[in-house]
Design a protein around this ligand. Sequence first.
Ligand SMILES: C[S@@+](CC[C@H](N)C(=O)[O-])C[C@H]1O[C@@H](n2cnc3c(N)ncnc32)[C@H](O)[C@@H]1O
Length: 369
Amino acid sequence: MRRLTVIDLFCGAGGFSEGFRQVGFDVTYAIDNWNPAIEAHKLNQPEAQTMKADIETLDPKLFLDSRPDVLIGGPPCTEFSGSKRGGGGDFQKGMRLVLAFFRFVHVLRPKYWIMENVPRLLQTLPHRVRLQDMGVPEDGFFDVPRQEVFNSANFGAPQKRLRLLSGRYPSPVQTHFEESMLTLDNVLYQPWVPMRKVIGAFPDPLGRMNERETVSDPNYPITIKEKQLEDHFFAPPLYKRPEDGLMTTREAARNKQQKVAHAYYGKMLFPDYLDRPARTVMATQFNASRETMVIETIYRGRTRYRKPTVRECASLQCYPVTYRFPAKTLTTKYKLVGNSVPVILSAAVARAILVEEDIKVPAELILNA
Ligand SMILES: C[S@@+](CC[C@H](N)C(=O)[O-])C[C@H]1O[C@@H](n2cnc3c(N)ncnc32)[C@H](O)[C@@H]1O
């Protein structure tokens, strides 16, 4: 089978490249300037060559001998958060990284390219950029042929995450909808996958690990022993005691107040509703923050609240249960996971490219387990 190659810029823990890898692409290079991202990518996708570098100053010509079929990348999106719009320093930095990605596309001329970002960028990302503004000393323009927002829940993720995909790529095939539906062209959409599928797949993180039990991945045909399950139990070394994984009464009250009484941003449910796809998994998970998901639980006979564990967040992002996040702190693990492109959305785009190239789509995903 002909195999297509991919270079992943701003690779993070590797959600974007993992989707391509699972359907048979060769990820040749994965580049990031953050050590935890490089470590995570290297550990989980050892076939890719990782490179720690600042993409803003990295010369794309270094890769001319290994030009990829597909160039993918997700420049950091924090720079585009609402409060920083309007010319703030972070916004300029974010745009410079977007232009650096375009420079790679211009120099390497891959047949397909996909840049992932938050939908808000749609308001500011031009369809056409002057080459000189991208640091290319030539006259002319760089064109962005396609910009479309996709909802990962429509592709089978247990999370409703809207992502803007810009670039040159064929349409991924939608497989899911809010409810089961037969379209006018006779396509049967499956109903959205609820958050409960992930939360219910794992043992209670407040309990003890049971050596004899197994865990079935909520997204993939993988079963592992409970003792192989990482980043889930509220136990050492990341937690001193199980209680430390719970929200304090004050944190829960603050979280609830922000969700229920926030007139300007709109009301949200407290705790989160498990029978729908999860809300967007965030890169920071503060107990008292409005964006943090809240799961109701019973601890020592009392109703308590907790945020999802790193492992639950990873499954909401459709990482296989065997994917590892080798960071020392919880904050870094949540950030690696929350930054990611949902693997299932990425795999859907990758599959569409295989179809366009007349390459057989593998029936079975290529998994690490
Ligand atoms: C949104 S995350 C990418 C997530 C990734 N696409 C995934 O699916 O897992 C953005 C990444 O860009 C990296 N980054 C930020 N500035 C960078 C720079 N100047 N050069 C290289 N990487 C950078 C960050 O360390 C972070 O890992």
